[in-house]
Design a binder for this molecule. Structure first.
Ligand SMILES: NC(=O)c1ccc[n+]([C@@H]2O[C@H](COP(=O)([O-])OP(=O)(O)OC[C@H]3O[C@@H](n4cnc5c(N)ncnc54)[C@H](OP(=O)(O)O)[C@@H]3O)[C@@H](O)[C@H]2O)c1
Length: 259
């Protein structure tokens, strides 16, 4: 039986200023939890804090910047026990293979993998202190289901989310004996500023509010793997289980048509 989110919890969330992070923040505040919000731009965080100033605190910073993180660590410590960390900040840069540029790969990996890994420098000691008091401590990593199939132009994004998921699963193994849960969230397409830039069809697109509801519900049920919408993630699972030659032909066909 899960004890996550059963009582008002202190939660640090990154990428809180828009999209999934913002919707998650609003949903968790409605559930009476207290949120510490991080993102590079302070304005959207300040605006969000106005929704419930007594339950939200802005702690702006770049998750790839170790000095910013040191300052955020102090804010976290001042708030008392930290029960949950949601590492959601991310980027999606697509590659145009005709103009191949390794910086696209680097940008995706730097924000999505290195940024998330650096957040652990400050999150893990805080979660350990909470766990040492016998309280639940949960690390949530927002990955993606995109890497389950080799989509064209997603070399950088897909590689970063594949690496991030491996990172999370490996951490789950190492932290199991300490009783710190590691949850991986793998959304399909969610309507946010990140996907508003996409110029291709996005099957089974869900709203950010819908995504937040599914994530909070999965967390409360004690799930360690949360993926949605099921019609999309099951399709990807089935496609990914086909022989590689077949996957390659389908992927090349889709890349050629730009879908
Ligand atoms: N939307 C989808 O379809 C979808 C699907 C699967 C997975 N995801 C994942 O879900 C997460 C949230 O994405 P979203 O769709 O909600 O996009 P979004 O609206 O663009 O949100 C991303 C947030 O991350 C913050 N951010 C980016 N880089 C940062 C950095 N270096 N330091 C601190 N904050 C940073 C941004 O704020 P600032 O610019 O102010 O820093 C922004 O608020 C991402 O990890 C994304 O990969 C999204």
């Amino acid at each position: 039986m899960s004890h996550r989110l059963e009582s008002p919890s202190n939660i640090w969330i990154t990428g809180a200023g828009s999209g999934i992070g913002e919707a998650l923040t609003r949903a968790l505040v409605r559930g009476n939890h207290r949120l510490i919000l991080t993102g590079r731009r302070s304005e959207p965080l300040e605006e969000l804090c106005r929704v419930a100033p007594e339950k939200m605190l802005s702690a702006p910073g770049d998750t790839t910047n170790q000095e910013d993180l040191r300052q955020i660590a102090q804010v976290l410590e001042d708030q008392g026990d930290l029960h949950m960390v949601i590492l959601n900040a991310g980027t999606c840069q697509y590659l145009d293979v005709a103009e191949y540029d390794s910086r696209i790969i680097e940008q995706n990996v730097h924000t999505n993998v290195i940024g998330t890994a650096r957040c652990l420098d400050i999150a893990l000691p805080a979660l350990r202190r909470t766990r040492a008091k016998g309280l639940p401590a949960t690390l949530v990593i927002v990955s993606s289901s995109a890497w389950w199939f080799p989509f064209g132009r997603a070399e950088g994004y897909g590689a970063s989310k594949a690496a991030l998921t491996y990172f999370a699963h490996s951490l789950r193994a190492d932290l199991a004996h300490e009783g710190i849960d590691v949850v991986v969230v793998s959304p399909g397409f969610v309507k946010t500023p990140l996907t508003d830039r996409n110029d291709f069809p996005m099957p089974f697109l869900v709203t950010a509010e819908d995504a937040a509801e599914r994530i909070v519900s999965g967390l409360a049920k004690g799930k360690n793997e949360i993926d949605f919408p099921k019609r999309f993630t099951w399709t990807l699972r089935l496609l990914g289980a086909l022989p590689q030659g077949l996957v390659d032909r389908m992927a090349a066909n889709m890349a050629r048509k730009g879908t």
